[in-house]
Design a protein around this ligand. Sequence first.
Ligand SMILES: *Cc1c(COP(=O)(O)O)cnc(C)c1O
Length: 376
Amino acid sequence: MQFIDLHKQYDRIKEDVQKSMEQVYRHKRFIMGEEVCELESRLQEYTKVKHVITCASGTDALTIPLMAKNLTRKNAVFVPSFTFFASAESITLAGGTPVFVDSEWDTFNMDPVDLEKKILSTQQTTDLEPSGVIAVDLFGLPADHKEICKVADKYNLFVLEDAAQGFGGNIEGKKAASFGNIAATSFFPAKPLGCYGDGGAIFTDDDQLADLIRSIHIHGQGVDKYDNVRIGLNSRLDTMQAVILLAKLKIFDEELERRNEVADLYSQQLEDLLEIPIVPNGYHSSWAQYTVKAENQDQRDTIVKALKSQDIPVMIYYSVPAHKSTAYSKKIKVENDNLRICERLSSTVFSLPMHPYLEKHEITKICDAVKKSIKA
Ligand SMILES: *Cc1c(COP(=O)(O)O)cnc(C)c1O
């Protein structure tokens, strides 16, 4: 059994991929080939966002818009600590200072009430200036963008949606990667929409910001390609990855449906045993992960050990929240007060295998193993 099975998916897209790859081998525009433009158009249609700019990774997709904001150490950017490290790392890379915000127990996402608290305490107790928010769609569930944007507007902060895991999810039909002022996603192979290497994309309706981002992702190029007008990066999605993504995008909505079925099957069998993930009314998750909570760390570790001994892959996302990482706790000074929910989550959560090709009997086997390990 695989945590994320990419074999069965490849069997479905194989013919399409091989045919399109032949074309790439023939035209040999390996960087910025027409497939990249086509993918950007497809992503634009999918999300209804005006500008889509592909780049080399999800981390770059977060860092580039932050570079466009010209951050300095004085600029505080608020980010949940209970997330993948890159959500916070991008702020430091772009020159700003991350300030960590607590999460909601039920949704795993940034708590908008704590966001406001952290903005106020930053204003009152530090020399930092609140500047932006990174709202992460953790495990595939869109963040509470309505409330987060309300708080951000009140304090005049920009919002960058980290849709690396959320791509494919929506709130009342409005797609992930269309919230906030700018959004970023990742095409890392294990994400809901993954390629066969690293890749990412940036989304914004803001024309000026889009121009800046286009410049930054190619060495800060200006109108004259060889007169660089700012410092940028070499961050492009390559043509072969675009081919993979175009093929996968065709079956993506079907796969999302299957992910939802898998999640439902898990929830039916586990709801009496553990805290199952909650999807609020009107929200649709892309189920990047199916994450449950044990009663405490001991129980979590017992279950994880039991499953692993039966060759059932289990992961703990995230046992070390960003503020407890060696980088942020020992080396880089950041504001990281009072993250109680985040710390409780990191000691009780674990994630079960999740992909569209997981079969009913496999789900039952996993749930039975969880059941047995709890009763033992
Ligand atoms: C994976 C991920 C990223 C980084 O994406 P890469 O493509 O691996 O650079 C950023 N944020 C979150 C929440 C992620 O899960």
